[in-house]
Design a protein around this ligand. Structure first.
Ligand code: DGY
Length: 329
C-alpha cells in the first residue's frame, strides 16, 4: 500500500481528496514533529506532505526509503527542504505559489498600516485604561498616502503589494535580480538598486525567497543606508534580517518601526529585546492565514502530492528535473 505522512492536520476536503490514492497518516499535534520522528518514519513512506516548520535536510532525505518519491510542501517557500539532495534522489518537491499571493500581500499591508499609524500601541493604551485626550501630538505616526514604498523581491507577492500601494498614490520602487520592464509600465513601479531603494524608501517591504543571496541581507551595513525614519515590513522569511542589527537600528531611531510576521528563529526567543519595543509589531507567521487561502493551499499541496505519487509532473514543482532522474533510476 502507498503510504503518505502529513505533518499537520489539513482541512477535511483536502484530506478526503487524497485518501483514494494512499494510506494516510496525520501527525496529531499542532507542534511540528521533531526531526527524530521524521527520520524514524521516512524509510517506510512513499511521500510526505510537509509544512515550512519541518526540517527536511540532507540527512532526512538520505534516510528516505527506495519507494519515497515526492515531498509536497504546503507553502510557497521551501527553504526548509534540501532541494539538491531531493533532486539527486529523484524526489519531486511541490509547493503552493499563487493561491496565497493576495492574502500575504494583505498582511504585509496590514502590518505596514498598523506600524505606520501605531494601531497596536494605541489599542494597548486603551486596553490599559489610558485614553489620552485628543491632542495635536498624541500618537502621531507616519503618513502612508503619497510616501515611497521600496519592495525587495518582485515576484507575485511583491507585485500584489505594489498594486495595493498604487491606491495610496505611493511612489513605488522595486529591487529584484530581474528587471521587469512590462510590469514597470503596467504597475507604475521603478527599478532601483538596493542602495537607492534603501536610501529613498519610507517603507521597505521584503518579498524574496530565502537563499544564500538574501540571507541576512538586512544587516548593520544595509540598515546604515536606510532613510532615517523608514519602516521595515517582513512577511517573507525571518532569516533575511539580522535581528540584532534590526534591534539596534530601531533603538537608535534610524528605523522608525518594524512589522514582522516572520522571525529567526520561529518562535522568536521570548527574551528578544524586539518584544519590548513599542514601535515593533510581531505576528506569528500568519500572512497566508485566511481560512479560504489555507484551504486552497492544502488542496494544491494534495494535487502536487497525487501527481508526485503517480510519477507525473506536479502542478507546481520546484525541481521538475527530479522526475527524469527518478525515471532513470
Ligand atoms: C509560505 O507559504 O511560504 C508562507 O510563508 C506561509 O504561508
Amino acid at each position: 500500500m502507498t503510504k503518505v505522512w502529513i505533518t499537520r492536520a489539513l482541512p477535511p476536503e483536502a484530506l478526503d481528496a487524497l485518501k483514494p490514492y494512499c494510506e494516510v497518516e496525520v501527525w496529531p499535534l499542532e507542534t511540528p514533529p521533531p526531526k527524530s520522528e521524521i527520520l524514524r518514519r521516512i524509510g517506510d513512506l512513499d511521500a510526505m506532505l510537509t509544512m515550512l516548520t519541518d526540517p527536511i535536510d540532507a540527512e532526512v532525505i538520505a534516510a528516505a526509503g527506495p519507494r519515497f518519491r515526492a515531498i509536497s510542501q504546503m507553502a510557497v517557500g521551501y527553504d526548509n527542504i534540501h532541494i539538491p539532495a531531493a533532486t539527486q534522489r529523484g524526489i519531486a518537491v511541490g509547493h503552493t505559489p499563487g493561491v496565497l499571493t493576495e492574502t500575504t500581500a494583505d498582511m504585509a499591508w496590514a502590518l505596514l498600516m498598523a506600524v505606520a499609524r501605531r494601531v497596536v500601541e494605541a489599542h494597548q493604551e486603551v486596553q490599559k485604561g489610558i485614553w489620552r485626550p485628543w491632542g495635536p501630538f498624541v500618537l502621531c505616526g507616519q503618513e502612508v498616502y503619497g510616501a515611497t514604498l521600496g519592495i525587495i523581491g518582485f515576484g507575485r507577492i511583491g507585485q500584489a503589494v505594489a498594486r495595493r500601494a498604487a491606491g495610496f498614490s505611493m511612489r513605488i520602487l522595486y529591487h529584484d535580480p530581474d528587471r521587469h520592464p512590462e510590469l514597470e509600465a503596467q504597475l507604475g513601479v521603478q527599478y532601483a538598486s538596493l542602495d537607492d531603494l534603501l536610501s529613498s524608501a519610507d517603507f521597505i517591504s521584503l518579498h524574496a525567497y530565502l537563499s544564500e543571496s538574501t540571507r541576512r541581507m538586512i544587516n548593520s551595513e544595509t540598515l546604515g543606508k536606510v532613510k532615517p525614519g523608514a519602516i521595515l515590513i517582513n512577511t517573507a522569511r525571518g532569516g533575511m534580517v539580522d535581528q540584532e542589527a534590526l534591534y539596534h537600528s530601531l533603538k537608535e531611531g534610524r528605523l522608525a518601526g518594524a512589522g514582522l510576521d516572520v522571525t529567526d528563529p520561529e518562535p522568536i526567543d521570548p527574551s528578544s529585546p524586539l518584544l519590548n519595543l513599542p514601535n515593533v509589531i510581531i505576528t506569528p507567521h500568519i500572512a497566508s492565514a485566511s481560512t479560504v487561502t489555507r484551504q486552497k493551499m492544502a488542496l494544491l499541496a494534495v494535487q502536487n502530492l497525487i501527481a508526485g505519487l503517480k510519477g507525473e509532473p506536479m502542478p507546481h514543482c520546484v525541481n521538475p528535473e527530479a522526475l527524469t532522474r527518478g525515471q532513470a533510476a
